[in-house]
Design a protein around this ligand. Structure first.
Ligand code: EPZ
Length: 417
């Protein structure tokens, strides 16, 4: 088990480059299965989740080769439609592959991805959408087996704007006959990135970023070279790290349009933020203001993936903040860890009341999940003394060497195996 050892008390100064987006790379990797030619992905983050997805593609018969943060994938040799158990269990987002494997082979067998630390993560909306397109799906004893001999495009209304379900349906719809219209689609920027990748491969898709996505079924006639969008959650995490630790940092390679609600809340907390194209500068307040109310919502609302980091910010704010988690049912596991550091908070269902304290203190804490673990690193930056964060490999799932990035702007963070 890896650990992060953080010595708190130093402010952050310098520049950080924002790496490519995990949540854009994963569905785009699934889409390489229906690309009719070799694909070259630039700015592709070498994260554990991404490498697991690549391993699954290789198990299906694809060829893949890394060169720094450039990844080349050739799916022409893919010859299997069975998603192996261990990797699929390890990687929940392997469920995105259902749509592209089914579209490619007209068959797909997957294991039920199961829940994770932030909720039971059902896939009912995925399966309902794929069935609307004509897929025959049997769920039996943890396995999902699908047949797709007569896939026909149609209208697919989503009960909830699920990111993964929207992406899965887009991927299968590419292989259907005729037009598919997804209603109440998720509007996240990662879905726009998937659309742009599909268009680069010769598919006809439009509307991503709005609630209505239209896909004209057909064939891809080429591979492509595509640059993955910057990771808006990594950018938001870096900005929040500075707001907590103090100092002034500049991000390069960020897309400020993806961070409007995050920037607004950081400004409410007293930070000064200036944006010039893909550069974002933040100057931290002396001590963050409390946030009257922060509610997570589907995009363009405040992102659930930034809730834990703001929970850490509110833990050292100058008053009482109210945070409401509307997207996942179990995404406050960092609360008890912050209490070990002297944080004062109480939970009532999906609502957290956080009473800011002037200073947290170092402690031994556990990263229960990816973003909760990142939140603990951020809290440790301004805490008195040393904080040891266990299960740091969970943080590696979404951040490329977070410890090195923070060290490069003055933080004292060491990784210990
Ligand atoms: C994606 O997960 C992201 N993961 C998550 O990021 C992100 O938090 C989430 O979208 C919301 O933005 C990837 O893109 C790989 P959802 P996803 O389907 O697709 C319920 C991170 O930290 N739901 O929009 O699983 C679900 O339980 C991760 O990078 C159903 O009920 O999110 C949840 O309560 C965490 N049935 C809500 O919808 C379904 O079939 C939102 O889930 C699907 C989802």
């Amino acid at each position: 088990m890896a650990q992060f050892w953080v010595e708190g008390g130093t402010q952050l100064f310098g520049t950080l480059r924002v790496h490519g987006s995990k949540n854009a790379a994963l569905p785009i990797l699934a889409a390489t299965l229906i690309a009719n030619g070799p694909v070259c992905l630039l700015n592709c983050p070498r994260l554990r989740d991404v490498e697991n997805m690549v391993s699954i593609l290789v198990e299906l018969g694809c060829k893949a080769q890394w060169d720094g943060d450039t990844l080349r994938v050739d799916s022409s040799s893919a010859n299997s439609y069975t998603l192996s158990e261990p990797l699929s269990k390890e990687l929940r987002s392997s469920i995105f592959l259902l749509g592209s494997v089914l579209g490619r082979f007209k068959k797909a067998i997957a294991t039920y991805p199961g829940g994770c630390e932030i909720g039971n993560r059902p896939i009912d909306l995925h399966l309902k959408g794929l069935r609307r397109l004509g897929a025959r799906i049997k769920e039996d004893g943890g396995y999902i087996s699908c047949d797709g001999d007569d896939l026909v495009g149609t209208s697919v209304p989503l009960d909830y704007p699920s990111v993964g379900a929207t992406e899965n349906i887009m991927l299968l719809a590419c292989s259907c006959i005729g037009e598919t219209v997804i209603h109440n689609a998720a509007r996240e920027p990662e879905i726009v990135d998937l659309q742009n990748f599909l268009i680069a491969c010769g598919f006809r898709v439009c509307g991503a970023g709005s609630s209505t996505v239209v896909i004209e079924g057909g064939k891809s006639d080429r591979g492509c070279t595509y640059s993955i969008m910057p990771d808006r959650i990594v950018a938001g995490t870096y900005l929040t790290a500075c707001a907590i630790a103090g100092g002034e940092i500049t991000l390069t390679g960020a897309v400020s349009e993806h961070l409007v609600t995050v920037v607004e809340k950081l400004q409410d907390a007293g930070a000064y933020i200036r944006q010039e194209g893909s550069r974002m500068m933040i100057r931290a307040p002396h001590r963050p203001n409390e946030l009257q109310r922060l509610e997570t919502l589907p995009y363009p609302g405040f992102p659930t993936d930034m809730q834990p980091q703001f929970f850490a910010l509110c833990s050292v704010a100058s008053g009482i903040s109210v945070l409401v988690e509307n997207v996942f049912e179990n995404r406050f596991r960092h609360a008890q860890e912050l209490q070990k550091m002297g944080g004062k908070n109480s939970l009532r269902g999906t609502t957290a009341i956080v009473r800011g304290v002037p200073k947290l203190h170092g402690a031994s804490v556990i990263a229960h999940d990816l973003r909760g673990g990142a939140a603990l690193v951020l809290a440790a930056l301004s805490a008195e003394g040393t904080t040891i964060i266990d299960c740091a490999e969970r943080i590696d799932r979404g951040y490329v060497h977070l410890e090195d990035a923070l060290k490069s702007v003055g933080a004292y963070v060491e990784r210990k195996e």
